[in-house]
Design a protein around this ligand. Structure first.
Ligand SMILES: [Zn+2]
Length: 286
């Protein structure tokens, strides 16, 4: 069941936030399932169609509605007639907490695909069948509320939930840190052999990688609490002290990550936010 041929095409959209570019995966040889068509770039569409050749794309699965993953779905569907499967649109699965904060926050800033609409909606545990293999959908909210990972036996297409080259961005209101941690913990109960991420190289030691990511977030949380123990602070000051070695181009992403932690800490009553857990609030320990 796990012997289906898997090919990876990396889109030409390298950047500080996408690493070497978005990975588009093709499963199968004659009946092909595409996971994450990628950004809407002519050269990438041509590359996918050339790789498919005389075979047929039977379905297009999207892990989440960020443009670098999903935007090409529309043209690929138009060219091939294949249905698009995903959890939902860009706002599906958003947590109640982020829904309440969203009007005060704007976008998480990572390129929501506002036009995205799947033909078929997947929920946790759904099975998607190929000719001689089967994918299982795992709803893994956190990076985005509607994020899915897809399991092919012990191989997991991990999207942006677990990436090969960097930690994931969790930027409110699109991202939710409490959900992200819960999704990491849930995946770490699985028996995985390797992860094929939305960006970066295959992860051959996925359980260790999950453990590292969980520890990384716990350490980040501890750093924030330690900084706040010295006195009340705002997010830019915390980011400058905690992300000392981060290049300037990534500092706003770092600030949004800290904000995600602070919202989670506030809801756990470990931190106070005045007047509310927004980007420009003052944060303090109780
Ligand atoms: Zn993403």
């Amino acid at each position: 069941m796990t012997h289906a041929q898997i090919r990876c095409l990396t889109a030409p959209n390298a950047s500080p936030l996408t690493g070497t570019g978005t990975n588009t995966y093709l499963i199968g040889t004659r009946e092909i399932t595409v996971i994450d068509p990628g950004p809407d770039i002519d050269a990438h569409l041509d590359g996918v169609l050339a790789a498919v050749g005389s075979a047929r794309i039977s379905q297009i699965i999207v892990t989440h509605a960020h443009r670098d993953q999903s935007a090409l779905a529309k043209r690929l569907r138009a060219r091939t007639g294949a249905p698009v499967l995903a959890f939902g649109d860009a706002f599906s699965g958003r947590s109640p907490r982020m829904t309440a904060l969203a009007p005060h926050l704007g976008s998480g800033g990572e390129g929501l695909d506002l036009d995205f609409e799947p033909d078929l909606k997947l929920v946790d545990g759904d099975r998607i069948c190929g000719p001689d293999w089967e994918l299982v959908a795992h709803h893994t909210p956190g990076h985005l509320g509607g994020h899915l990972c897809l399991a092919l036996g012990q191989t997991l297409f991990s999207g942006d939930h677990v990436m090969g080259w960097s930690t994931s961005i969790v930027a409110p209101p699109d991202g939710d840190m409490a959900d992200y941690m819960a999704s990491l913990l849930r995946l770490s109960e699985g028996r995985w052999q390797r992860f094929l991420p939305g960006h970066g190289a295959p992860i051959e030691d996925p359980i260790a990688r999950l453990r590292d990511l969980i520890n990384h977030r716990l350490q980040r949380e501890a750093s924030i609490l330690a900084e706040l123990a010295r006195g009340p602070a705002r997010i830019p000051g915390l980011a400058a002290r905690i992300y000392r070695d981060t290049p300037a181009t990534l500092l706003s992403a770092a600030e949004r990550n800290i904000h995600a932690h602070l919202i989670d800490l506030e809801s756990r009553k470990l931190v106070f936010a005045s007047p509310a857990p927004l980007l420009d609030a003052v944060y303090a320990r109780p």
